[in-house]
Ligand binder design. Sequence first.
Ligand SMILES: Cc1cc2nc3c(=O)[nH]c(=O)nc-3n(C[C@H](O)[C@H](O)[C@H](O)COP(=O)(O)OP(=O)(O)OC[C@H]3O[C@@H](n4cnc5c(N)ncnc54)[C@H](O)[C@@H]3O)c2cc1C
Length: 553
Amino acid sequence: MKLPYIVIVDDDLQVLRAIQRDIRNQYREDYKVAATESAIEALELIKELKLKNEAVALFISDQRMPEMEGVAFLEKANEIFGDAKKILLTAYSDIEAAIQAINNVKLDYYLLKPWHPPEEKLFPVVNDLLDDWHAFYKPDHEAIRILGFQWSPKSHALKEFLSGNLVPYIWMDVETNEEAEKYLTSANATMNDLPMVVLKDGSFMNDPTLPDLAARVGLQQKATKEMYDVLIIGAGPAGLAASVYGSCEGLKTILIEKSNPGGQASNSARIENYLGFPTGLSGGELTRRAVTQTRRFGTEVLTPQQVKNITLKDGYKVTEMMDGTEIHSKAVVISTGAAYARLNIPGLEKFAGAGVYYGSAAVEAHACRDEVVYIAGGGNSACQAAMYLSKFAKEVNIVIRGERLAQTAANYLVENISNTPNIRIITKTEVTACSGSTVLENITLKNSTTGEERTVPAKALFIYIGTKPGTEWLNDVVLKNERGFILTGSDLLKEKSFHTFWKLEREPYMNETSVPGIFASGDVRAGALAGISTAVGEGSLAIRFVRKYLQDM
Ligand SMILES: Cc1cc2nc3c(=O)[nH]c(=O)nc-3n(C[C@H](O)[C@H](O)[C@H](O)COP(=O)(O)OP(=O)(O)OC[C@H]3O[C@@H](n4cnc5c(N)ncnc54)[C@H](O)[C@@H]3O)c2cc1C
């Protein structure tokens, strides 16, 4: 098997030798290490590696080099091996440049020289980055392949499901990828059978359902125990945090997710405001870390499984899934978050997954290379998506109803956007119509001041116009407010009917719902501040109260 490369560049021979020695000693079993004093030579080398179909997992470059600064080298290297991780070696005086590079070249880490002892300062960082790289990398011969039409909603759903469940795959567009033909022929399949999944063992699945695909790629879908201490619904940041804390504290914990872990956060191309990650991290990375962490503590994660209902039986909770199975638990945490609000335009839904996307910028960005794309909405997530898409698309247009982006998005994003030449902001405008034969081709924009309408070609429309709570399935099991968010804690005391539904002597715990032992955390809870840190905090807090509830039981 070919080993991936770690490429090191440093013009200072002494530093080069030291880092090369440390990296070789630690990683030579699993990686080839290439080291050079010259950035130009290193670029030649990596072009050659690309031609030979080799993989590079990590670049380590010094910042101060006479031929080319480290940041410039990493930028060029990134064009060749976009998925490789990047570490900049800096002196204390170069920290400013390193912080700049976090935005410019999406630097993964800056390492201050000297890094001794490496066991403390170098290896943990490199291990973490290499783990991350591995999570999304599969050598060609080991990967699952999805074959389909680029703008097909079914292909999009499969890609989104696998990437969200951290299952690496190779995407093969049958219209542009010559190799795809070979797979179709050997499966005796036609274009009508698409999308098709080719599994690692060479077997095929034509147009599979997500549960079937999940079963074949080894994702758990059935509970193994008769009774759990806590069942958590929804694996967004709140549910993942609750599951980490639940199982870490020794509770029998099960987490149910209807699509893929990560929730809304998994659509985030770069989360820049999460504590402890100064270089930012993608939603995919955060999810991978959280899922690994919770599984390590023993949480069972069922995916895809959609919860349909909760009933009460002798003080226990019975959670029913869409497939009819039931799971019993002593407590429940609902963390079903929120989903994108749909844009209400006649005919739009026909293009969902075929040019119209709710979130999903991270999954579809490559398909937008050199195209003109539109984003409806001007909140933080719309801006993050625009920044990410701008690396691929020729032009990204953000369509907002207001006059200024600053009214709806965080300052740092507004600033990043104004510094990105291929992003345009179209103000006081709404998307009012869409058209195309099988995929989206045009959208109509209406200026709300002048009333003028114009129809423009659009390869894709990404919709980020707000969210609605994931509680439609919940019927009347617990009390919700008029917008559908779940009422908890002291908010319940304000309800006139409080004494009709609450029969315990104690008051409801902070994020306990109108049913004792059922808790709500994250975006789904009325009054919660939307955001990843808040959701994580609320998920962890819910477990604290679950424990109290279990002690009282
Ligand atoms: C594109 C984008 C970028 C963002 N970037 C940032 C950022 O940079 N920083 C930040 O702080 N916040 C960001 N946010 C907001 C942040 O992601 C959310 O506030 C956070 O994810 C809320 O977490 P949650 O766990 O409460 O809910 P969610 O993330 O909404 O997760 C809910 C989960 O529940 C599952 N679910 C729903 N119903 C059921 C059911 N019946 N059965 C089983 N499972 C179910 C869903 O599939 C989903 O996975 C962003 C949001 C988006 C959309």
